[in-house]
Write a protein that binds this ligand. Structure first.
Ligand code: NAP
Length: 452
């Protein structure tokens, strides 16, 4: 069996692929360790025994950790072998290349090979990654870079190499560590988050490609999170591990049934990841206070900014006092000052300014009663919102008009949210950076890092 497998692996490396009737084509980039695959499949115990004996024969003293590391490598190779076999079993052809994703030239050569054979990529899946979990002071710069680069440079190299080639979809394996952060994983978290941001931004610079980033929670029974003390730590943190039978179909489901582009968190109970770690959400409230005080135009509806919690949102406390906000005097009922509804809308605008200081847009709601021969209706309205952005240097003008909306009769409640949703996509599609970037860097609207 062993001999037969080696022969097949040899064939993957050397055969000239001229098939034109592919059912599936799979290109795998990893470093396949061909040794011991047969043993791995026979029995884990036997494999452990073999590895220990081999180490002893070399004059080494094998420890459980070194043997486990070797076994993990063999498991990864076995998984690659299984993937190749399943493609072949369905009548497809698998091409196997072994390379380091950080090596831009090597990646370019393989992607060029794909370009010459097929001229396109249907799905580009980047699942390369590794962990060296240590707090920053205990992490060597080279260790920081290694973990970061396999993910980030790896994806960049693949995309760069595929410049100009159609790609149906990219799927990157990110992690909840990228979404929520995780102790001792600053580099891993940052790299994963970058993969998510690159995937989401593809709408703007590679609109024909669906960029999907899957933020996996820790997988159970296979993969990196099953090694060492990770399962125990997950249990202590109240994080459910994801069974492979739940995780694996997610990829196919997202690719085939969903049209979603961007970042998707895949997990069950996320335990400690979902709990607030800081009463203010990490916000320096004194800095915000100073910033608000330095504003040329004050924000009358923003009193004290108390917190910007991850799950509690932005919390602002404002005291309404006619002595401080004279507009309250203008709206009195029987001598009692009341808050005008329009100032509620103003609060939302001011809160949005605080949350997204980068994008200033301008606009006006419209709520029009409808004229009839008997006078104006008071039960139905036509609503509108007209707005443009960036406010001082318009790149787009949007006019929303909704006839007799049913959810609400107010333009602020039905037309303005449509404007807001549209603008969120527009700034991405039109590559409009936040105001501070646009003004200070004189950003010219070209694509990130010249990828496309
Ligand atoms: N397992 C989880 O719980 C989990 C959770 C969240 C996210 N993820 C992400 O899912 C992906 C797969 O994880 P896994 O659990 O399957 O991990 P794994 O078993 O350790 O596999 C990682 C893969 O990355 C490859 N790799 C590492 N460095 C490389 C390099 N420089 N060039 C090319 N390939 C390289 C490895 O190849 P070699 O075998 O040759 O080393 C291996 O095939 C990773 O990106 C990981 O961050 C996993």
């Amino acid at each position: 069996m062993h001999e037969q497998q080696q022969h097949r692996q040899h064939r993957w490396r050397n055969q000239q692929h001229t098939d034109t009737h592919l059912a599936y084509m799979l290109v795998i980039f990893c470093r396949l360790d061909q040794r011991n695959l047969g043993d791995r499949r026979c029995a884990l115990h036997a494999l452990k025994r073999t590895l220990i004996d081999e180490a002893k024969a070399r004059g080494e003293k094998p420890t459980p950790a070194t043997v486990d590391k070797q076994i993990a490598g063999i498991e990864r190779s076995e998984a690659a072998l299984r993937a190749i076999e399943s493609v072949e079993a369905t009548g497809g052809t698998a091409h196997y290349f072994s390379l380091d994703l950080r090596d831009a030239d090597a990646v370019q050569a393989v992607v060029d090979d794909v370009r010459n054979r097929y001229g396109k990529i249907d799905v580009l899946l980047h699942a390369g990654g590794m962990l060296i979990d240590r707090t920053l002071p205990n992490k060597e710069p080279s260790q920081f870079a290694l973990v970061y680069d396999v993910k980030a440079d790896g994806f960049f190299n693949l995309l760069k190499a595929a410049t100009g080639m159609p790609i149906g979809a990219t799927v990157v394996f990110s992690s909840v560590a990228g979404r929520f952060g995780n102790a001792a994983q600053s580099n891993y978290s940052a790299a994963n988050d970058l993969l998510c941001k690159i995937s989401s931004s593809m709408k703007a610079w590679r609109p024909q490609t669906r960029g999907i980033a899957l933020d996996w929670t820790a997988w159970g029974s296979i993969g990196m999170a099953t090694r060492g003390s990770v399962p125990k730590i997950m249990e202590m943190l109240g994080i459910d591990m994801l069974p492979p039978e739940v995780g694996v179909p997610t990829i196919r489901r997202e690719l085939t049934y969903s049209g979603f582009k961007g970042e998707i968190v895949v997990g069950r109970r996320l335990g400690a990841l979902m709990s607030e770690q800081d009463v203010t959400g990490g916000l320096d409230t004194d800095k915000v206070k100073a910033l608000l005080a330095s504003r040329e135009r004050p924000l009358p509806m923003i009193g004290a900014v108390k917190a910007a919690r991850l799950y509690g949102g932005l919390e602002v406390e404002t005291t309404l006092d006619p002595q401080i906000q004279p507009f309250l005097f203008d709206h009195q009922i029987d001598g009692t000052p009341v808050l005008p509804g329009v100032m509620g809308t103003e609060s939302f605008a001011e809160l949005a300014t605080l949350l997204f200081p980068g994008y200033r847009v301008a606009g006006k709601t419209g709520t029009g009663e409808i004229a009839t021969p008997l006078g104006y209706t008071n039960s139905a309205t036509n609503t509108s919102f007209v707005g443009w952005g960036p406010a001082e240097d318009p790149k787009f003008l949007v006019y929303i008009w909704l006839e007799k909306p049913e959810i609400s009769i107010w333009g602020s409640e039905v037309a303005a949210p449509v404007f807001s949703d549209l603008v969120e996509d527009l700034v991405v599609l039109m590559n409009i950076p936040p105001d501070n970037v646009r003004l200070s860097l004189r950003y010219d609207g070209r694509n990130i890092a010249g990828l496309e």
